[in-house]
Ligand binder design. Structure first.
Ligand code: DWN
Length: 421
């Protein structure tokens, strides 16, 4: 039985111990956890990012027990319309890649499995495209919600056991997806082994994750937290898949998702049904090389950017509060809580965090214990400023709160720069 967390001294892709620390947050709470009133203090764990000088993977120096992080998960993918629309386009694009899958008419029933399927947000779209679907997720609460929308799920973590159960229930998979989970996995080799085992020979494995290149470009240091064990470039992924008789066939970047995600299409060696776009892979490798991201230097500047953004944010809030302004936050996101804890804010600085996720409302943000409230709080209490923590959803959040702006309220974001929007 794993303790609450453990130290990890080796690169999880190439096993090197040639790791250098480049960002140290100190001890931080588990930012995607929420505390019920009266519950005991929060677990605080070292949050440090290491650079592997051999394969260029960035990874945390610790691993938190996944059962502690994910067994009762309050993040519901479907809360965001932006993400739901992203799932729709993904299902259509992936289907178009598959041999024999023409619009509406598939020669055989295509099968899709989503790892960390959450509330079934992505699989609902695959089901609409005619796929037989099955999800895998450790959060029993989310499996039940997915089941209510007609998406069956295997409750548990992905691995050989889940792979065998899925194959027993639906057979080999044509599509296996892993969006916003690949960065959360400690045993990547075991994870990919299980994918290879369950994937049809002419199938495709699709992962999507926040691209480390954007984290560095736009100083997205708030996307660093204990759930995100790894931070990927293309280079270390080539190393990973080459060890499992698989290879990258294509890459797509999505600037509008989670601060800039990369979608990677992976196939089994020998799968000639899905062509390999060598050009795009070379493009990303050369860009990563040109930006210096395969060396330590750019990483050492990230903490300086973070300190500059923190200083500007603290000063802005102090100035507003000194002028009697009332400030709250919106979007009780994991990244938002990294940021709030990094700035050492509490409810003196941000009276509440508004969030549209029903299961987060009434709870407290881990670490700072700032109360999470529903949106109607804004119109009732009329604060002067709202700091949007998930800056990646600023447009969608502001669109939902036009009335607040009409009554004179103002919105701010802090990343990539502190500004009133
Ligand atoms: O890996 C992960 C990333 C990709 O997504 C997971 N850790 C979970 C999540 O991380 P996050 O919580 O930082 O991501 P979000 O999606 O930026 O969080 C958005 C938060 O804002 C959610 O709590 C929902 C809330 N929200 C809202 O209240 N009203 C979001 C929208 C769009 C809204 O209109």
């Amino acid at each position: 039985m794993m303790e609450e967390w453990k130290v990890n001294k080796n690169c999880r892709i190439c096993s090197s111990n040639n790791l250098i620390k480049y960002f140290d947050f100190g001890k931080m709470p588990l930012v995607d956890s929420f505390i019920g009133a009266g519950e005991p203090g929060d677990l605080r764990v070292p949050l440090e990012v290491m650079f592997c000088q051999d394969c260029s993977l960035s990874q945390l120096s610790v691993v938190v027990n996944p059962k502690v992080l994910f067994s009762n998960y309050l993040y519901h993918s479907s809360v965001s319309k932006t993400f739901s629309e992203h799932c729709l386009s993904m299902a259509r694009e992936v289907k178009g890649l598959l041999p024999g899958a023409t619009a509406g008419v598939a020669e055989r029933s295509l099968k899709a499995l989503d790892i960390a399927s959450n509330d079934g947000c992505l699989l609902k779209e695959f089901k609409k495209e005619g796929f037989e679907v099955i999800g895998v997720d450790p959060a029993e609460n989310l499996c039940q919600i997915a089941g209510q929308s007609g998406v069956p799920s295997i409750s548990g973590f992905w691995g050989m056991e889940a792979a065998n159960e899925a194959m027993t229930r639906v057979g080999k998979l044509d599509v296996i997806t892993a969006t916003n989970v690949f960065a959360h996995v400690d045993d990547l080799h075991g994870f990919v082994d299980a994918v290879h085992h369950a994937l049809a020979d002419d199938g495709v494995f699709v992962i999507e994750f926040p691209y480390l290149g954007n984290l560095l470009r736009y100083h997205e240091f708030d996307t660093i937290y204990h759930e995100h064990l790894s931070y990927f470039l293309v280079k270390p992924l080539l190393t990973l898949f080459s060890r499992h008789r698989m290879h990258i066939a294509n890459l797509q970047e999505f600037e509008h998702m989670h601060g800039g995600t990369l979608r990677v299409y992976v196939v089994k060696d020998g799968n000639t049904m899905i062509a390999t776009n060598k050009g795009i892979i070379q493009y990303y490798l050369q860009m990563e090389e040109r930006e210096g991201w395969h060396t330590l230097q750019p990483y050492l500047r990230l903490e300086e950017h973070a300190q500059r953004i923190r200083k500007k944010t603290v000063e802005t809030l102090q100035d507003l509060r000194s002028r009697g302004k009332n400030i709250v936050a919106y979007g009780a996101s994991a990244k938002g809580n990294t940021f709030v804890n990094y700035c050492c804010f509490d409810k003196e600085h941000l009276q509440v965090v508004v969030d549209d996720t029903p299961h987060k409302q009434g709870k407290l943000y881990a670490g700072t214990r700032i109360p999470v409230v529903a949106r109607d709080w804004l119109l009732r209490e009329k604060p002067d400023y709202v700091l949007i923590l998930p800056w990646n959803f600023a447009k969608e959040i502001m669109a939902k709160n036009e009335e607040f702006r009409a009554q004179g309220g103002k919105f701010m974001v802090a990343i990539p720069e502190m500004k009133i929007v």
